[in-house]
Design a protein around this ligand. Structure first.
Ligand code: SF4
Ligand code: SF4
Length: 506
């Protein structure tokens, strides 16, 4: 059930939007001219398996990564060219970890593959739901709001879905690429929403858009009116309004219980960018090979919005935005609240919605001071947690205590840190504690595995001993039987002649 009046979420913060430098910058499609590093692990789940080899020529849209069985996603060539390597390359993540990657030199021809699927032309309501889910899987579409969860899995989960919600919140400061997408390609988003609703069998669909994007709301409503599409609902501009759980609460009044998923209460949430990608896959047969990205931050010379080919290095993307006007203090893949510090050689992936190069003055680099128990973090927390308490436990090394007080329910949205007057590194402490818990869980799994292996070894030894004992007993029995058998078949002993003299003496 959708509410007639959106609910206000608990907590949250009104961040400085800082969207103005890029909000009026249209999405500029970029041609792939330089070397691309197309990751085979751009999604949640197992990396795709390479489907090409070095030296091979590929066409635009050709599949270059085959999804592993289970949770995975296909990967396609963003342009035509030659595969120069299948190697490892840094991911857009602070760990600097490398991921399997297809390295591709574009040939400049942009020659499309001839094996792309035919466009689906029927109205959404006439297309078989399984056909839509299969097309989405074939196109390698993942959640484009940053989560990168394979979209086909969500569409084909088979769970009954009452409500489909499209997330047009984009409440992270600096980011405006979804806003531009909604303004410029509203009809495609509405069509994608209808296709996804059909695949899910959803009874209701709504698009939630923050009320600070009036042009996007207007464009979507106009397209929706023309196509008989879903409701477009303005939601309050508040961080983290775009989090899945909070958008559901705002639009339906229902809460996703701790530890549960949205699907468990019959709701599925997709990003507006994902809906547009579904439209492209279904109506044009195009796989996901590019995505909208905002390039911003005070260190960027000409901030803007781009339709960037997947695999384009962040450095090259920043150069498309006029390069850096000063050395950045920090470069993020994503927005400043949830984004990850990323090396410039990392490449645009399916979940990269922003590349933000921040100056030192844009970063609150204040020295952390002791907690003054002001309670502001408690007021700001949208999950109703006590961030100072969790952080204190984490800082003291009591990670189990931190878990018991709600660490795993934390969205790491950063609202608490944003309002903390003592500039406590709350989110870093939460990440640290989660890392410790993950290590503990891994160690526990390892010792459990060792215990099971020791038990299995002891059981094998016990069975071997029993087998040997049984074999020895069988041999003894066999010998005894043979002996008995041989004594029965032996000729009777000859009678001794009677010594008559002895006989008479007795
Ligand atoms: S906002 Fe900061 S200083 Fe205030 S209670 Fe929370 S952690 Fe402590
Ligand atoms: S405790 Fe977690 S969920 Fe709550 S405000 Fe802080 S980061 Fe967000």
């Amino acid at each position: 059930m959708l509410l007639s009046k959106p609910k206000i979420i608990r907590g949250g913060v009104r961040t400085e939007p800082r969207k103005q430098p890029t909000a009026e910058s249209p999405l500029e499609p970029l041609r792939a001219r330089q070397r691309l590093y197309v990751s085979l692990a751009q999604h949640i789940g197992a990396p795709a398996l390479p489907a090409v080899a070095p030296g091979e020529h590929v066409t635009k849209g050709q599949r270059i990564g085959t999804p592993e069985a289970g949770l995975s996603a296909a990967v396609h060539a963003p342009t035509s060219g030659r595969v120069v390597a299948v190697d490892r390359h840094p991911a857009p993540h602070p760990s600097g970890l490398t991921v399997p990657t297809v390295v591709l030199d574009p040939d400049g021809e942009e020659q499309w593959s001839e094996t792309l699927p035919e466009p689906l032309t029927a109205p959404a309501r006439q297309i078989d739901p399984a056909t839509i889910a299969a097309r989405v899987g074939e196109a390698g579409i993942v959640g484009m709001g940053g989560a990168a969860f394979p979209a086909a899995v969500k569409l084909g989960a088979g769970q009954p879905v009452a409500t489909l919600i499209l997330n047009g919140g984009e409440c992270e400061p600096y980011l405006t690429c979804d806003d531009r997408l909604m303004r410029e390609r509203a009809a495609g988003i509405i069509d994608g929403a209808q296709l996804m609703a059909r695949a899910l069998g959803a009874e209701r669909t709504a698009i939630g858009v923050e009320d600070n994007k009036p042009e996007a709301i207007h464009a979507l409503r106009r397209a929706s009116d023309a196509l008989g599409g879903p409701d477009v609902v303005p939601v309050p501009s508040l961080w983290p309004q775009g989090s899945e759980k909070h958008l559901i609460y705002t639009l339906t009044g229902r809460e996703v219980p701790a530890g549960a998923r949205a699907g468990d209460i019959g709701v599925v949430v997709h990003n507006v960018g994902t809906a547009y990608a579904v439209h492209r896959a279904a109506r044009h047969g195009r796989p996901l090979i590019s995505r909208p990205v905002t390039v911003g931050g005070g260190a960027v010379a000409e901030p803007g919005n781009f339709e960037a080919p997947l695999g384009l290095p962040l450095q090259a993307l920043i150069e498309q935005a006029g390069g850096l006007r000063e050395p950045p203090a920090r470069v993020l893949a994503g927005g400043p609240m949830m984004g990850q510090v990323a090396p410039l050689e990392a490449a645009v992936a399916k979940g990269t919605n922003g590349v933000i190069a921040l100056t030192a003055t844009e970063i609150r680099e204040a020295e952390g001071r002791p907690c003054i128990r002001c309670g502001r973090c408690v007021d700001a927390c949208p999950m109703g947690l006590m961030p100072f308490d969790i952080a204190n436990r984490a800082a003291a090394g009591d990670v189990d205590g931190a878990a018991a007080t709600g660490l795993m329910d934390c969205l790491t949205c950063g609202s608490c840190a944003y309002v903390c007057p003592s500039a406590r590194p709350l989110v870093q402490l939460f990440h640290y504690a989660r890392g410790q818990l993950a290590e503990q869980a891994t160690a526990k799994q390892r010792s459990e595995l060792q215990r099971r292996m020791a038990e299995q070894r002891a059981e094998r030894q016990r069975r071997e001993q029993e087998r040997k004992k049984a074999a020895a007993a069988a041999r003894r029995k066999q010998r005894a039987q043979q002996k008995a058998a041989s004594s029965e078949t032996d000729p009777p002993a000859q009678e001794q002649p009677v010594d008559e003299e002895k006989e008479t003496q007795t």
